[in-house]
Ligand binder design. Sequence first.
Ligand SMILES: Nc1ncnc2c1ncn2[C@@H]1O[C@H](COP(=O)(O)OP(=O)(O)O)[C@@H](O)[C@H]1O
Ligand SMILES: [Mg+2]
Length: 303
Amino acid sequence: MKPIVAVVADLCLDILFTGEVIPIYGQVEQYVDDYHIELGGSAGIFASQFTKLGGSVDLYGVIGNDFFGRFLKERLQELNISTRYVTSSKSYKTAVGLGLAKGNDRAMLTYKGSFNGVTANGIMESGILQKASHLHIASYFLLEQLQAFWLEELPILKAKGITISLDTNWSPEEDWHKVHAILPYIDVFIPNEEEALRISGKADVEQAGSWLSHFGGWVVIKQGEKGATVFNGSSGQHFTIPESLSKGLKIADTTGAGDNFDAGFLYAWLKRASLKECVNLAMRCGTGSLSAIGGIEGQIQLP
Ligand SMILES: Nc1ncnc2c1ncn2[C@@H]1O[C@H](COP(=O)(O)OP(=O)(O)O)[C@@H](O)[C@H]1O
Ligand SMILES: [Mg+2]
C-alpha cells in the first residue's frame, strides 16, 4: 500500500509583485511590471509537489470564510489535493503573504490570520493523524501554537510506527532552540544551511550536521546553489547540483525551492531508495521550481 503522508498546513495566499520598484511612503504611486497570485505556505507547496510525483498526501489546514479562502480551496482541488481536512473559519481572515520582488531580492509581508486557527484540537478532531503512515511538519516556528502539541504527540505517533520528517523553515522570532525538544522523534530533518547553523548554534555545516544527527535521524542540509549535505550519524556527504540540472538554469524565483526539495527527498526516502536517488529527486524538484514564479508552477510531474 502507498504510504499516506499527513501535513499540517500554513495555508496562505501568496501575492507577488515584480518590478524594479522600492515602495515610497508619502502616497507616491509607482507601477510594477507584473503580479502573480498562488497557493502559498510551505506545506501546500510540499503537498502539491508530492502529489505530482505520484504520492498520497492528506493536508490539514484552516482558511477564512472569505474570497481568498475560497480561492485556496479551489486551487488545492485543481492540484489534486483533497480539501477534506481543510476547515473554513469565521473567526479569522485567510492568511496572506505579500511579496515585493526586485531582481534576486524580495521583501515579504505576512498577515497571519487563519494560521492562528490551526489548533491541536482541530487536528485531533479531524482524524488526519490516524490514517497517516508518515507525518511531515513543514512550519514548526510559524505555527507556534502547535509546539507543545507536537512534543506530546510525536512520541505517541512514533510508538505506532509512523515516521516523521521536519523542515522548520525560518523562525520569525529567532527562538531557534525551541525545536531541540522534538528532534529525538524526527527521522528526516531537512533545514536549509542558515536554519541548521542557527538551530545547532554551530559555526559551519559540518559541525551543525554532525551535532543535529546525534539526535538519531537523517539530517539533510539544503545549501541553495551549493547543493546539499547529508548526515546519517557520521560525517557529512556533500552533493553538488548535477550539471544536467544547473546548466542553463534560469531562475525566475526561489519561492518554494526548499519545500519542493523536501517533497522529492521524502518521496524517494519513503520508497526506500538509495541516498543518491533521494538527493537526485530532491534536486530535480528543488531546481525545477526555480524556473517559474511562485512555488507551484515550475514543479515537476512524474508520469
Ligand atoms: N540558486 C540555485 N541554483 C541551483 N539550485 C538551487 C538554487 N536555489 C535552490 N536550489 C535547489 O533547491 C534546493 C533547496 O534550496 P534552498 O535555498 O537551499 O532551500 P530553502 O528554500 O529551504 O532555503 C537546493 O538544495 C537546490 O537543489
Ligand atoms: Mg525552507
